[in-house]
Design a protein around this ligand. Structure first.
Ligand code: KG4
Ligand code: ZN
Length: 337
């Protein structure tokens, strides 16, 4: 498996333009350009994202080859995100890669962005044991996925409304923090007392692994309504810590319950929110205490990046799976689709 393969990965599904080259499980380059144009709008503006990807895709790919110190004719395959994401943004990377694959005459594979996040963890931890439970937590997704083997996904729970990253970003916006606010809440929370205020935890009834995050953001809105600016400012870290703990508690408890119920050997967290320091610490403690292995991707493979797409591509290509040139962008693509 994965012997002497040089895979180019390209990711343009949202507001990061990224290109990476991996040799088997080793990352030779992973260039990520985050589009700052969206910050002033408090969220990603799709048309601006597409335009920035068009401007950046060629220089970023060139940079990835330069840093990897390989030439284009050494490539053994090209992997690119084809969904889920913003349709205009996806089309930029997808069409570029189709053209490149045809001109170089190498296999081409479309990758589900969520599968990419899962394989970001295999980049950092090639020794991951099966059955493996992955908690996928990003700006667009909150899912628990069971894997018995490579490329096999059983979704056992997902959010019914907002994703947890969205709860972080929307909460941050209510607190006057710029987009994306998740990392800032994380930072402020480090100085705060999480018992300052009890925000609700939506556990849902019974043996249920689904999530609900829209109520958390609303509860912050209601909480802040009658508070003065002086009060918010002087208790800012405590409010952040309380809000963060409510978001993280549900993830930790549900992931632990699922891991026990399905008797997995190992648990991992992937996606942008996997960079959250409280989540990393709390879930690790619980999982290790229950004698299962715990695997985290390095920070650079948590938020959107192309190395994870290349790694998922390597897995698919080595299993003999390729995409045809008729592959289209699929904004609402699901795992297993
Ligand atoms: O996976 P990702 O880069 O993009 C999507 O596919 O959505 O995830 C971005 C999300 C954003 O909501 C961002 O606020 C959140 O990940 N995030 C964090 C942290 N770092 C990134 N949330 C909480 N704590 C962090 N340290
Ligand atoms: Zn992502």
């Amino acid at each position: 498996m994965l012997k002497d393969t040089y895979i180019l990965g390209v990711e343009t599904s949202c507001d990061e333009t990224s290109a990476a080259i991996i040799k088997d499980n080793k990352v030779l380059s992973n260039v990520v350009s985050s589009q700052e144009v969206h910050e002033q709008f408090g969220g990603v503006v799709p048309e601006l994202a597409s335009r920035a990807h068009i401007r950046l895709v060629t220089p970023i790919i060139d940079k990835a080859f330069k840093e990897a110190k390989i030439s284009k004719d050494q490539l053994t395959g090209i992997a690119v995100t084809y969904g889920p994401g913003l349709v205009g943004a996806l089309l930029v990377g997808l069409n570029f890669c189709k053209g490149l694959a045809q001109s170089l005459n190498v296999p081409f594979i479309g990758i589900n962005h969520i599968e990419g996040h899962i394989y970001g963890n295999f980049l950092s931890n090639p020794e991951i044991t099966f059955p493996h439970l992955t908690l996928i937590v990003s700006g667009g997704h909150t899912q628990l996925v069971l894997m018995d083997k490579h490329l096999s996904y059983n979704i056992i729970g997902k959010t019914r409304d907002d994703a947890v990253g969205e709860a972080f970003d929307k909460g941050a916006k209510l607190l006057g923090l710029p987009y994306p606010g998740g990392p800032m809440i994380d930072n402020h929370a480090k100085e705060g007392d999480s018992s300052f205020h009890k925000f609700p935890r939506a556990f849902l009834k019974g043996d249920n692994f689904d999530f609900s995050y829209s109520g958390l953001k609303t509860s912050l809105l209601v909480y802040l309504k009658d508070k003065t600016d002086v009060f918010i400012k002087s208790n800012f870290s405590d409010i952040c810590a309380s809000y963060q703990e409510a978001a993280v508690d549900v993830l930790v408890i549900k992931a632990l319950n699922a891991a026990k119920k399905f008797k997995v050997k190992s648990v991992g967290i992937v996606g942008g929110v996997a960079a959250n320091s409280l989540l990393r610490k709390k879930l690790a403690e619980e999982i290790i205490q229950h004698k299962m292995d715990f695997f985290l991707p390095d920070y650079q493979f948590c938020t959107d990046n192309a190395a994870m797409i290349a790694r998922a591509g390597a897995e698919r290509l080595s299993a003999g799976i390729e995409s045809g040139m008729s592959l289209n962008a699929y904004p609402s693509l699901k795992l297993n689709q």
